[in-house]
Design a protein around this ligand. Sequence first.
Ligand code: ZN
Length: 347
Amino acid sequence: MKALVLEEKMKLSLRDFPIEREEAMGPRDVRIKLHTVGICGSDVHYYTHGGAGIFQVKAPMILGHEASGIVVETGAEVTTLKAGDRVCMEPGIPDPNSRATRLGMYNVDPAVRFWATPPIHGVLRPTVVHPENFTFKLPDNVSFAEAAMVEPLAVGVHAATKAQVKPGDIALVIGAGPIGLVTALAAVAAGCARVFVSDVDETKLELAARLGPITPVNVAKQDLTAEILAATDGWGVEIVFECSGSPKAAAAVFDPLCPAGRVVFIGVQMHDIAYDVGKAMVREARVEHVFRYAHVFPRCVSMLSSGAIDVKPLITRKFEFADSVRAFEIAASAPKGEVKMQIELPQ
Ligand code: ZN
């Protein structure tokens, strides 16, 4: 059984890994045969940097956390799933008895075990054992590729929920990467009348413009605040979603924001950012931060099934599992125009 293993920084191998023999099934667990796994920015970051913040890769680790597959075995007490069910999986498992979990905020449980976050292994491998409660059955009309997009989509849906989008709101999404685009889709589905998306990659902006009532702004050529103020009669947008992780963009989030607007920080901030509290104050801005998501996977699956959200245009490239080392080399080169690359496991 082969797995895609990050041995150390910049060294990946496709090799046998003894994890399956170690993984026991509990009564409320299911065993899943993986079908499709998306490559996330975090996987690429672990590959190129060997870690992120407090999470450092100290021992070989299997990558991948955006996944769909087929149930092949169920524990004795599993009631909602059976062998043969097509599913997607929520990759973070909290301690069910922790204080944060009991308060409903299981995503910020300090004990959460999240796939492909050291030292927890990811799922670029043939099978995985996972709790029934974090495994979601797919309707027939949701493909494995779309289902592997539920994980990043959940971030956007959680952010739109935190922002308390109201029908007719106008929003700005800074950054047209996968998270920026799923956030724009979630904002539109939540009721935004119009969403501006800013980036410097013209191909990604062209893609964004085809996803709905979305206005692209190329910040290499246009002044973002001036464009937004001109388009909103000088008022500004009700919501700014910061998805770029750029300190420069993050520092300017209040400039295009209307009075009493909301700002949601989503993009991972690798550097310290200084934002202008005075600008936030004079607007009585509400600032939110998100860490992954909680309670949104079933909503995402429903929206994919009903057509309220279409993630298919974001999947720009697919690789065979045997090519996964090359897939990561390509992802690490940050190719222009690519949004989501996915790996299909042999069935
Ligand atoms: Zn991800």
